[in-house]
Write a protein that binds this ligand. Sequence first.
Ligand SMILES: [Zn+2]
Length: 322
Amino acid sequence: MQAIKQIMLLIILVAGLAACSRPAPEGADGVPAIVATTSLIADVAGRVAGEHVQIIALMQPGQDPHTYEPAPADVAKLQSADLVFANGLGYEESLVLILEELEAGGKVRIVTVSEGVDLLPGSHHHHEDGEHEDEDDHENDHAVGDPHTWMDPNNVKIWVDNIAAALADIDPDNAEAYWANADAYKAHLVELDAFIAGQVDVISQADRKLVTDHEALGYFARRYGFEAVGAVIPNVSTAAEPSAADLAALVTVIREQNVRAIFVGSTVNDTLSQQVAAEIGHPVQILPLYYTLGSPSTGADTYLSMMRVNIETVVKGLMADD
Ligand SMILES: [Zn+2]
């Protein structure tokens, strides 16, 4: 289904390119049209852009980028952009082919904000002998790498440099301002990193075990000394499905390691996580994390606030019985 939808979108895309033979449409006043795939990337890019250019977010808060499907209007926004900021690493699964096609067309510059990050492997399957990988679309994840780079604020510093370089390149008149904004925002990222580290200090090493809905916290775990012991969907994409054996193995891990919380992304259905929790035999809380921005009412509507909300939730979940 995914493949068919992508082909249909490509047809829309190619038809659109044929219909408009004019060069990349800049705004009427010559201001470059800049699109970010996710609201999170739009937030970070917006801090670097300041007042000089507007960043249009393709996906809205609450949409899961793994499973998002672009509407024709979204494809049109990408087509008419001069510059697109994407996470890359297969995160925006339905946009991979479209972005490749646009880049090949040469009119839209695609900047992968995670370029240069020290990547973790894409998935961590521990299949026993005799088990087989599902025939899903994620067989190449190992080669691509874990896309959730922003769960470590130090990686977002790399985003910021990539974004500033691209903005300075497309709008050289304001290059100095972009680099100054980048430095100012990176100072906030340093503060955020120290804040998270300080919060984590109260959690004993023995309690630093994370179980999540899918494998989204690898970079967070690496940075702050947690062990990601399991995931309901043992894959870096929410589009994958766990086998019965995967779920049984997770139940065993949670029991053996006495894990007391499963963290579930705000955009992810928690039914399967609730079912796993009910199997354990000791109380397991289901707690929400933000992998992408929430709406303004959530208090997690910027990258910086989202990560603060997340660490409070992690501390609450792992300190529950102490
Ligand atoms: Zn994810």
